[in-house]
Design a protein around this ligand. Structure first.
Ligand SMILES: C[S@@+](CC[C@H](N)C(=O)[O-])C[C@H]1O[C@@H](n2cnc3c(N)ncnc32)[C@H](O)[C@@H]1O
Length: 243
């Protein structure tokens, strides 16, 4: 790690996130890719987000900010009605993603951090009650033993009993249609994805090494996970679903 090759891979994973791609990202990912390629309708990601996002929140790998825009606890029906403010921090290594998400979510006056998730996080004034990591792990170079460093760094900024949750596209041991295999092969060859070896077992192992409680549900090719040192609602749970 930290070799020039490693840095090149990290930059390759971040490079696509500039204005032209971000402009089409929400429609492409949430309306087409999720239901038709990965076979995980976006509804599941949205419900997962609504369930775990708390009042002091870090959005790690924020992209366009689609999920916090639609599913934040301040504005969604199932959110905490007594909450007056959502303390939101946006973190990404791509300046394009940060600019896009910060503009979209300006109503929350978010804190902005440009940072590479493979490095320990800078000192932060308050710990987070929730951290989301949606569709980031499959972009990160390496396989789960390396990606686990990112999980450990994020855990360091969680409040006691806080929750790390999110989603990732798995490349192995999940049902993949022909079109999903073509897209995965292409994205891995381009360096936008690094998930050829990512399995549900590997993800759960990486999370369990850092947290006492882990839940993971696989829908199509997408793993929806949550991890905490506080007992999660469903305790240790694993389940696989093919739509
Ligand atoms: C596929 S997008 C996901 C965006 C959003 N979370 C979502 O679910 O729609 C991945 C995001 O992670 C960011 N990213 C990739 N590698 C990163 C790294 N090493 N450190 C910080 N951010 C990274 C990219 O710049 C991009 O904004």
């Amino acid at each position: 790690m930290n070799t020039p090759q490693w840095e090149k891979e990290i930059n390759r994973a971040v490079r696509p996130y500039s204005a032209p791609v971000l402009f089409f990202y929400d429609v492409g990912v949430y309306s087409i890719w999720n239901p038709f390629i990965w076979r995980c309708p976006s509804f599941y990601m949205e419900e997962h987000y609504k369930h775990y996002a708390a009042s002091t929140h870090l959005e790690a790998g924020c992209g366009t900010g689609y999920l916090p825009h639609r599913c934040n606890p301040l504005e969604n029906q199932s959110g905490d009605r007594s909450m007056k403010q959502w303390e939101l921090t946006l973190l990404d290594f791509s300046p394009g993603s940060l600019t896009w998400a910060a503009r979209r979510l300006r109503r929350f006056k978010p804190h902005i951090i440009r940072h590479n998730l493979f490095l320990p996080l800078p000192a932060i004034s308050h710990p987070f009650e929730s951290i989301s990591l949606n569709y980031v792990l499959h972009c990160l170079p390496g396989s789960f033993p390396e990606k686990e460093k990112v999980i450990a760094h994020l855990k360091g900024t969680l409040a006691p009993g806080g929750v790390l949750f999110g989603s990732t596209i798995l490349g192995r041991d999940v049902p993949l249609s022909y079109s999903a295999r073509v897209v995965l092969t292409l994205y891995n060859a381009l360096g936008s994805f690094h998930n050829n070896h990512d399995t549900e077992e590997g993800l759960k192992r990486a999370l369990s090494r850092n947290f006492h409680y882990v839940t993971c549900t696989v829908i199509g090719a997408v793993a929806l996970f949550a991890a905490s040192d506080k007992n999660l609602k469903h305790g240790v749970q694993t389940q696989s679903t093919l739509l």
